[in-house]
Design a protein around this ligand. Structure first.
Ligand SMILES: Nc1ncnc2c1ncn2[C@@H]1O[C@H](COP(=O)(O)OP(=O)(O)OP(=O)(O)O)[C@@H](O)[C@H]1O
Ligand SMILES: [Mg+2]
Length: 204
């Protein structure tokens, strides 16, 4: 299975979600990471963590295809692509089973930026790829998502029921090369990430 965290807008939480989701997936089986982000966030956090994952960094579409073709079916690939548009990023999206698009719903620039990304997605000839919007970095007091759902509705994607709240633990653990599943983790955050994992697995 290939799960790609994608959004042409930077800073929406792709790398953060990829890192914690990878740990949740690892509780179930083999996981490898694909870091195509210019900033190499996963590459560096994985080093800090003592290299719990193999991190691939394909530089060309040919290298990406080669990686995908030699990855066995028992491995979940979690791909973190950069916050920009490129042929490489488009190729990653087209070959994904799930594309997860993090958005902070009450940040108007992210909602507007999503329209640009959605227009790019409309140009891709995907067949089996499932697109999901993930509400990320949501204030812990936000309960009703209806108005945000209305602002981004579209037929290409589903809006995930799982949402990730704004929590310091997501970046404080990463900053130490850890995840929310480490000893200094947090059960509420773990539950959010496990719900995201299970929702993605279920919609396969
Ligand atoms: N749920 C969250 N709670 C708190 N902080 C968050 C959350 N998600 C992301 N952040 C913070 O927001 C910032 C941007 O997140 P991140 O680097 O994961 O975004 P990105 O989409 O990968 O960015 P880029 O496109 O630049 O690679 C980081 O400082 C991160 O710690
Ligand atoms: Mg990133």
């Amino acid at each position: 299975m290939i799960i790609t965290l994608a959004h042409t807008k930077g800073g929406v939480g792709k790398s953060t979600a990829a890192w914690h989701l990878a740990h949740a997936m690892k509780l179930l089986g083999k996981v490898e990471l694909v870091d195509m982000d210019f900033n190499q966030t996963l590459h560096y956090v994985n080093i800090m963590a003592g290299r719990p994952f193999t991190v691939h960094q394909p530089r060309t579409v040919a290298e990406l295809y080669e990686l995908i073709s030699r990855t066995t079916h028992d491995v979940t690939l979690i791909m973190d692509i950069g916050g920009f548009d490129s042929d490489l990023n488009r190729a990653a999206i087209r070959h994904s089973d799930h594309v997860v698009i993090p958005i902070t719903p009450d940040r108007v620039t992210e909602v507007l930026g999503f329209r640009t990304f959605d227009a790019i997605l409309s140009e891709l000839d995907t067949v089996d790829t499932k697109f999901h919007v993930l509400f990320n970095n949501v204030h812990t007091s936000t309960r009703n998502f209806d108005k945000f759902k209305k602002a981004i509705k579209g037929s290409r994607f589903t809006i995930l029921n799982s949402a990730i709240r704004s929590r310091k633990i997501y970046y404080s653990t990463m900053g130490n090369g850890e995840s929310v599943f480490s000893s200094i983790g947090n059960v509420t955050a773990q539950t959010e990430i496990l719900e995201l994992r299970d929702e993605l697995i279920k919609t396969r």
